[in-house]
Design a protein around this ligand. Sequence first.
Ligand SMILES: NC(=O)c1ccc[n+]([C@@H]2O[C@H](COP(=O)([O-])OP(=O)(O)OC[C@H]3O[C@@H](n4cnc5c(N)ncnc54)[C@H](OP(=O)(O)O)[C@@H]3O)[C@@H](O)[C@H]2O)c1
Length: 166
Amino acid sequence: MRAILHADKEWGIGKSNGLMFRIPADMKFFRETTTDNVVVMGSNTLKSFPEGKPLKNRTNVVLYPDGEDRDDCKIVRSLDELFAEIKKYDSDKVFVIGGAMMYKTLLPYCTEVLVTKVDAVGGADAYFENLDANPNFTLTHKSEPVETNGYIVNFCTYKNENVKEY
Ligand SMILES: NC(=O)c1ccc[n+]([C@@H]2O[C@H](COP(=O)([O-])OP(=O)(O)OC[C@H]3O[C@@H](n4cnc5c(N)ncnc54)[C@H](OP(=O)(O)O)[C@@H]3O)[C@@H](O)[C@H]2O)c1
């Protein structure tokens, strides 16, 4: 599985259970990368979506320990249940889409992390780990800077050199 996110210069990823930036090029990349695939998230990320609804045209799997079963997404209540669910899919099709707690939990199992790095500081209260300081991760791709909605972003890929099995 892979993780996908955008982060500011300090690896901040969110504020007040929402995103800090509206970045059209990142939204397009996210949509194109995840559509028709499986997205894995924590309960707060589901709640942060408009009307608390899952993402369209994707299989949504949500780790929500006290959540009720529902028709529009798969609720799992433990990490064991989550792994059993995502084992049903080709791991290349599975994307961890947040939030902070979910990224932290699943980072060791991710083969790659796709990070849109935003050249700004957004005043975050939720963070991703600094992968530049993690010896298990190597930066394998960094795009040319792209300007979008007044922000400069680079699309980056980090490879996990020490992937944990699930
Ligand atoms: N920049 C980006 O690309 C991006 C993407 C997504 C989200 N975000 C941001 O991230 C922030 C939210 O982060 P968050 O950590 O609060 O949200 P989260 O990871 O979506 O949700 C946390 C909740 O998920 C469940 N959970 C997660 N890991 C678990 C584990 N290992 N075991 C059991 N339950 C687990 C728990 O649910 P219960 O509380 O129900 O028990 C936990 O309270 C927001 O600001 C959001 O906008 C940013």
